[in-house]
Structure formats: structure tokens, C-alpha cells
Write a protein that binds this ligand. Structure first.
Ligand code: FES
Length: 104
């Protein structure tokens, strides 16, 4: 599977990420993401914007994630915490953009 990430440097394609979550895949690829709480849904510094075509294919944000996104910089309709997105084959081609405040 592949994942497409837009960050300040442009488009990065991750092929066959072995990581369990999108945040881990981004971090393992060496991209600039703070993810300060390490995936505990308690910092909002792994904030991404999900490409519109993929929003409906993801499990909806639960209450904890949605509440934390209220603290994220520049929340949008397509905002998600990348640490709460579990990767699986059916997300092949998932495309996201790192949001402001996600970089360290
Ligand atoms: S890493 Fe902290 S909320 Fe995702």
C-alpha cells in the first residue's frame, strides 16, 4: 500500500509502511511531525487534513479525538489526529496534508 503526505517540502509517498498508525508512519519516514504525546490523543500535534476523497472511508473521530481537535491550530472539517488513524490495506492511496502546528 502507499500513503501520500503533503508537508512543507511537498509531496512524499510512503510505500508499504509497516507502522500501525498514520502518525507512526509519518514519524518513521523522518517527516517533520511533533506528535508530542506519542499517540495518546492528548496533544493535537499530529494534526492532518485528510483529502476529501478519503474522509468518508475513515472511521469517524471518536469523542476524545474530536475534543482534542478543538485545541488544534486551524481545525477544518477534514481535520483528524493522525495517531488515531489505523492503517490497513483498504486505505491504499490515503492522502493527507500535515496541518499547521504539527511540525516541531
Ligand atoms: S500524537 Fe498526540 S494527539 Fe496524536
Amino acid at each position: 500500500m502507499k500513503i501520500l503526505i503533503y508537508d512543507e517540502g511537498g509531496l512524499v509517498q510512503l510505500n508499504e509502511p509497516a507502522s500501525k498508525t498514520l502518525m507512526q508512519a509519518i514519524r518513521d519516514a523522518g517527516l517533520n511531525i511533533a506528535a508530542q504525546c506519542g499517540g495518546g490523543a492528548s496533544c493535537a500535534t499530529c494534526h492532518v487534513y485528510v483529502d476529501e476523497a478519503w474522509c468518508a472511508k475513515l472511521k469517524p473521530a471518536d469523542e476524545t479525538e474530536s475534543a482534542m481537535l478543538d485545541f488544534a491550530e486551524a481545525r477544518q472539517e477534514n481535520s483528524r489526529l493522525s495517531c488515531q488513524i489505523e492503517l490497513s490495506e483498504d486505505l491504499d492511496g490515503l492522502t493527507v496534508t500535515l496541518a499547521p502546528g504539527a511540525a516541531f
